[in-house]
Design a binder for this molecule. Structure first.
Ligand SMILES: *[C@@H]1O[C@H](CO)[C@@H](O)[C@H](O)[C@H]1NC(C)=O
Length: 431
């Protein structure tokens, strides 16, 4: 009986004794927030964090100690271009629970200017974004991995160098890795304040502000999915699921880096030169005579004018893949009328498809053909088409994720293209 009590007390003591956050003089600019949920207080020490209030509010008062994160238990490689390491979580309190104890770190040189690394659960498969557009590497990289990547074992961290001049580009040793079921975080010191990119926002400046700025991603205005920039300069990535999967491309100029990046993700389509010109579009010209009168009026005053549109009022009762054979009788040749003077014609198309019949109770064949191949978005039963109310009245919606729908859409569009000449198409978003 006594023994039991003694063991209980002892284990409590061991727990208290084992973890003391090590908080050396970490420069304020390099503090990584250990309390990203609002309202940090001295109690953050119970999370194993360091606590040191400041005069300013932006820099974290509660920040990561140096003895948090993971350690490398083994590492190996089968060729000079790759490395696999196994990581084990250090004994330390958890931020939010669900910490994954064993991880795999995997790195490979994919080209002489591209490093790929990934950190994932060693024992359980987790969600990964499918990479259908990231092509696998075909050529052999000429730079061995050790020239670009170095690993620190305790705590685990990685340093990425540009192999030509040894410049350090990405250094995660400044803060620990956190890898829990619903909270993943990786920080890196960066070589300069020239930080660009990050989607999901209308950025006011191309170059980012590194004064304690967090850009949420996939959320409107809050954590935890996001990217934090701080004055070190450094970046912290936080996410609530999946794995950590990074590509680092090397180059000396923005042009070189962009070229390397496009090598990875594929090159964009170069738009037609004329599509960058002046364009005129409005809804409800009413009839083609009126459209032509508009074109003539603007030509007469030599207005710079490359493209004319017609909006959905060219259609019969706003039904896509049709045109109004009375008010827009000569629409099939309208492109010729514009092309003669070097102008182009774009027609507007909506995705939603009316369920009603055409004028004179005639069948609406585009709708009928789509119905025949189950091209529509359905309820969760996978059968009943979801109905909506859009410009032509009651509609169904093409399910562009289904191959049947894609085939149907291509076929309908080819029919339209054969019927009405045009130079380009504007497909309005889903309404
Ligand atoms: C074409 O539309 C204009 C403007 O709505 C109208 O004034 C004109 O009468 C219409 N012309 C014909 C032939 O329908």
């Amino acid at each position: 009986k006594y023994q039991k009590i003694r063991i209980y007390i002892l284990s409590n003591l061991i727990y208290c004794k084992t973890f003391v956050p090590q908080c050396p003089n970490i420069p304020v600019a390099e503090r990584v927030d250990c309390y990203p949920d609002a309202g940090a207080s001295k109690g953050c020490v119970q999370r194993g964090c360091c606590w040191s209030p400041l005069n300013e509010r932006n820099a974290p008062w509660c920040f990561f100690p140096t003895n948090h994160g993971y350690t490398v238990v083994s590492e190996g490689s089968s060729n000079p271009y790759e490395l696999t390491a196994r990581l084990k979580r250090m004994d330390s309190p958890s931020l939010f629970g669900g910490d994954i104890q064993e991880l795999v770190f995997q790195a490979e040189m994919q080209t002489s200017n591209r490093l790929h690394f990934k950190i994932y659960d060693a024992n359980n498969k987790r969600f990964e974004v499918p990479h259908e557009h990231v092509r696998t590497v075909s050529s052999n990289p000429s730079t061995p991995l050790h020239k670009a990547l170095r690993i620190t074992r305790e705590p685990f961290g990685l340093t990425v160098r540009r192999s030509d001049d040894e410049k350090v580009l990405f250094d995660t040793t400044m803060a620990p890795l956190v890898f829990a079921d619903q909270y993943l975080q990786l920080s890196a010191r960066l070589p300069s304040h020239n930080i660009y990119g990050l989607g999901e926002h209308v950025h006011q400046n191309y170059r980012h502000d590194t004064y304690w700025k967090t850009w949420p991603i996939f959320t409107r205005d809050s954590f935890p999915n996001g990217v934090t920039l701080q004055p070190a300069p450094a970046v912290t990535f936080r996410t609530i699921g999946g794995v950590l999967d990074f590509y680092i491309v090397f180059g000396y100029t923005p042009e070189q880096v962009v070229a390397e990046f496009l090598e990875l993700i594929g090159r964009p389509v170069i738009p037609a030169y004329w599509s960058l010109g002046f364009q005129l579009s409005r809804w409800n010209y009413g009839n083609l005579t009126e459209v032509k009168a508009t074109v003539d009026r603007n030509r007469a005053i030599n207005l710079p004018y490359d493209v004319q549109y017609t909006d959905i009022d060219y259609m019969e009762d706003k039904k896509i893949f049709t045109y109004d054979k009375v008010k827009f009788k000569e629409l099939p040749q309208f492109a010729d009328y514009l092309n003669e003077k070097g102008q182009k014609y774009i027609l507007i198309l909506d995705p939603a498809v009316a369920t009603s019949k055409r004028v004179g109770n005639a069948p609406y064949e585009s709708y009928d053909r789509g119905t025949a191949v189950d091209a529509w978005v359905t309820y969760s039963d996978g059968k009943t088409p979801l109905l909506g109310e859009v410009w032509p009245g009651e509609t169904v919606f093409p399910d562009y994720t289904s191959q049947n729908c894609i085939d149907w859409w291509v076929d309908e569009y080819q029919r339209l293209y054969t019927e009405i000449k045009h130079d380009a198409l504007w497909i309005v978003s889903q309404f």
